[in-house]
Write a protein that binds this ligand. Structure first.
Ligand code: THG
Length: 367
């Protein structure tokens, strides 16, 4: 069967690195924040083994930055998040739930605090900027909401720290997890953070990609040649092993942060201005929650719609992400499971497009 192509137009935005990614032989794209996101280079399995053993350079320009700037920037952000932002330092990154007034998840970005009145909200795949524009306009707040031309590049893999020291020095290599520093390339300041959507060692560089992106890409690729650096991308197997959530797949507007197992990023007693506080106080004890699950049998196809989970004849939840893990030699997944069935060790049945499979609920993710 012939795989259909994705018809491109201006609406599906290219990135400053798209030419480099094409030259590196990208085999498949997905669309994220209306922008191209590479999904496969050699094969998902080959990319996976390479990510876990060497170092990769990722075009994650689709992690768009929503900049909130002005005296009301922090107030606007806190209105939409139940995570307490009041103690955040100007070199910190926070993974935060962003919610509507009912406590439904709108996004799960990384927030970078750049100054007391300036934040970048590094968004997952939903149009968060319009929500901020609506709130800022409706409440007459003193804050500018924009999407600057900032394009993150990620360096991920066990050899990422060797490469980063070589490129930017020991001080940058020693950046702590979820902290950021400033580097200079071609006379231009850029933000570099220890973060990224993998469980490997990783850094993310935020820059004016149109101006400096291609040159920085080439510079990093040359410096990493002897480390077997390759163009790569977020890997669907590794991220399930790691339990890294994907907004739109594992979590949607229908879910609260508690259902998304993001309760550790919620401090309702310290966020009186969060618009969802009252709703979330009522929903602190969820009746379903995300769990790691293992599925028996041959390698399963990717999950492109929820796969129903059954306990006897009763609905027990859905599997929303699945992959075969070469390292753990089993099918692995992330499921939203009803409270009666979410204890580790529970066995269920899932209905997949290739037939029913036995499912084991696990206590934790794999890596
Ligand atoms: N980096 C940047 N922006 C992003 C992502 C990223 N925007 C889109 C998407 N990824 C947002 N979603 C996530 C999901 C998980 C994590 C980061 C962004 C993550 N979680 C760790 C975990 O769950 O173990 C650590 C969280 C913590 O301890 O604070 O890293 O990847 N720039």
């Amino acid at each position: 069967m012939h795989a259909p192509l994705l018809a491109r137009s201006r609406r599906t935005r290219r990135t400053p690195f798209t030419d480099r990614v094409t030259a590196a032989g990208v085999k498949a794209y997905t669309v994220y924040n209306h922008m191209l996101l590479p999904a496969v280079f050699r094969s998902v399995e080959e990319d996976y083994h390479h990510l876990k053993s060497a170092v990769q350079l990722w075009d994650v320009a689709c992690e768009r930055q929503i900049e909130l700037r002005g005296p009301d920037a922090e107030r606007l952000l806190q209105m939409t998040s139940p995570r307490d932002l009041s103690r955040m330092a100007t070199d910190q990154c926070y993974y935060v739930p962003i919610v509507d007034v009912n406590g439904g998840m709108i996004n799960d970005p990384i927030v970078l605090k750049l100054a007391s009145d300036r934040f970048w909200v590094s968004i997952a795949d939903s149009d968060l900027m319009y929500y901020y524009k609506g709130l800022a306009g409706g409440f007459g707040m003193d804050v500018q909401v924009s999407e600057p031309d900032i394009s993150p590049l990620a360096i991920q893999g066990p050899k990422a720290d060797i490469l980063v020291e070589r490129l930017f020095g020991k001080d940058i290599r020693e950046t702590k997890f979820f902290r950021h520093k400033t580097i200079t390339f071609q006379g231009q300041d850029m933000v570099i953070a220890r973060s990224g959507w993998s469980r490997q060692i990783g850094f993310e560089i935020y820059m004016d990609g149109t101006r400096h992106g291609p040159a920085l890409w080439d510079h990093i690729m040359e410096a990493g040649e002897d480390l077997d650096i390759r163009a790569g991308c977020p890997n669907g197997i590794e991220r399930i092993e790691a339990g890294l959530l994907s907004y739109g797949n594992d979590v949607t507007l229908e879910n609260t942060p508690f259902e998304a197992d993001m309760g550790k990023y919620v401090q309702l007693d310290r966020v009186p201005t969060c618009r969802a506080r009252a709703a979330l106080l009522e929903k602190q004890v969820p009746d379903r929650q995300l769990r790691a699950v293992e599925m028996s049998g041959d390698p399963l196809p990717a999950c492109t719609e929820p796969w129903p989970l059954l306990a006897g004849g009763t609905h027990a939840g859905n599997i929303n992400s699945a992959a075969y893990s070469p390292d753990f030699k089993t099918n692995i997944g992330i499921a939203m499971i009803e409270a009666a069935y979410w204890d580790a060790g529970t066995t269920l049945v899932v209905h997949t497009p290739v037939g029913p499979r036995d499912v084991l609920v696990r206590a934790k993710y794999w890596i």
